[in-house]
Design a protein around this ligand. Structure first.
Ligand code: NAD
Length: 358
């Protein structure tokens, strides 16, 4: 099969880590008989330098002409000060998510066996294993509700942010979570605050309706405060965790912390029709850019997610993940994971070892 992949290499370490992910994809292509065709797309600070805006005209159309998008990272101090939105790299990130209709953010939090020591939780908790998928609603809720600020008569200035969710928004993210659970260990934990919030009560009603449609998937409601505690007490109990935008923002960062280095964690943002967007959770790390120090594993695992979820190539995705685990099990690492030692390697060398293990 042939697949078209849009590459947004971006800024800072973005081009370095995407470069390694592409090498891994090509090795996978050669082994399994697939051809990956790449289209380079300029976005972020490098686009500001080249054409004066971070999200050049035609970016969304170019991405939509591909089957999936692989993004490195965008931004950096060089472009941090403009007051014009089109000259800010983050504007491009928000625009592309909106234009591609990416309403579901998937963030796996997996403790790779060789890195159990990097887990800040108790050893017996880490030894039970952590392998959960956080599914965060990305385009609704309080981050997108009406904002207001006004003068009151007796309490000074008051501000408000409206949190609203529609049946459509809840149902489509819920369905994503149940479908994902079917590809994993068949359990969905839906996180809300239904003892207080009306949006959560609607959320729960719709999740219960969906749970009846997926009798093969085990379902539970979890209050958000309890979920925050359970993630540090016993994260092994979770498989797919689905939640609204703000709760997901906070809980997905908590979940990523319990699994170790930022350089290891991939993510996906997906919608109904347009290509999914796959990217490491880290930023452009300007402090180490261009020094062959960046950890390429998050970008490589993002490419594995792309194979699994956009192209339905599960065996190929498994192969990449196993190759990463094998390299880590041999003790090889980049400096961010365990400091400099005789086993620490650069970006390109770690990429080469992963390719060799495939
Ligand atoms: P960052 O993730 O870039 O860096 C935080 C720290 O982690 C730094 O010390 C960095 O060296 C280290 N680090 C990050 N990724 C690493 C990797 N792969 N290997 C080794 N070390 C790694 O976060 P930041 O410093 O807050 O942001 C830097 C820039 O990136 C900012 O302009 C920010 O806006 C942007 N950013 C972009 C995205 C994105 O493109 N999706 C996400 C987050 C931040």
């Amino acid at each position: 099969m042939e697949y078209k992949i849009a590459l947004i290499r971006g800024d800072g370490i973005g081009p370095e880590v995407v470069g390694e992910a592409v090498k891994v994809l090509d090795v996978i292509g050669a082994k399994y008989g697939h051809k990956f065709n790449y289209t380079d797309i300029l976005m972020g600070g490098c686009a500001i330098d080249a054409v004066g805006k971070s999200y050049p005209d035609g970016t969304a159309e170019a991405c939509k002409a591909c089957d999936a998008v692989l993004l490195g990272a965008v931004g950096g101090p060089k472009w941090g000060h403009s007051t014009q939105p089109e000259k800010r790299p983050e504007t491009a990130l928000l625009s592309i998510r909106k234009d591609l209709g990416l309403y579901a953010n998937l963030r796996p939090a997996t403790l790779r066996p060789a890195l159990a020591d990097a887990c800040p939780l108790r050893r017996e908790t880490a030894e039970k294993g952590i392998d959960l998928m956080m599914v965060r609603e990305l385009t609704g809720g309080v981050y997108f509700g009406k904002r207001d600020r006004y003068q009151t008569e007796d309490r000074g200035v008051e501000a408000s942010d409206l949190m609203a969710y529609s049946e459509l928004e809840i149902e489509r993210i819920g369905r994503r979570a149940f479908e994902l659970a079917r590809l994993r260990r068949k359990k969905v934990s839906s996180v809300d605050k239904a003892n207080v919030l009306e949006t959560s009560r609607l959320w729960r009603e719709i999740m219960h309706r969906l749970a009846a449609e997926y009798p093969d998937v085990q379902y539970e409601d979890v209050l958000v405060d309890n979920c925050a505690m359970q993630l540090v007490r016993d994260p092994g109990q979770f498989d797919v965790v689905v939640t609204e935008n703000m709760f997901g923002d906070i809980l997905s960062d908590e979940a990523s912390m319990i699994t170790g280095s930022i350089g290891l964690l991939p993510s996906a943002s997906i919608g109904d029709t347009a290509p999914g967007l796959y990217e490491p959770i880290h930023g452009s790390a300007p402090d180490i850019a261009g020094q062959n120090k960046a950890n390429p594993i998050a970008a490589i695992l993002s490419a594995a997610m792309m194979l699994r979820y956009s192209f339905k190539l599960a065996a190929e995705a498994d192969n990449i993940e196993q190759a990463v685990d094998a390299v880590l099990a041999d003790g090889w690492h980049t400096a961010d994971m365990a400091g400099e030692s005789e086993k620490s390697l650069g970006t390109v060398e770690i990429g080469q070892l992963i390719c060799k293990n495939i």
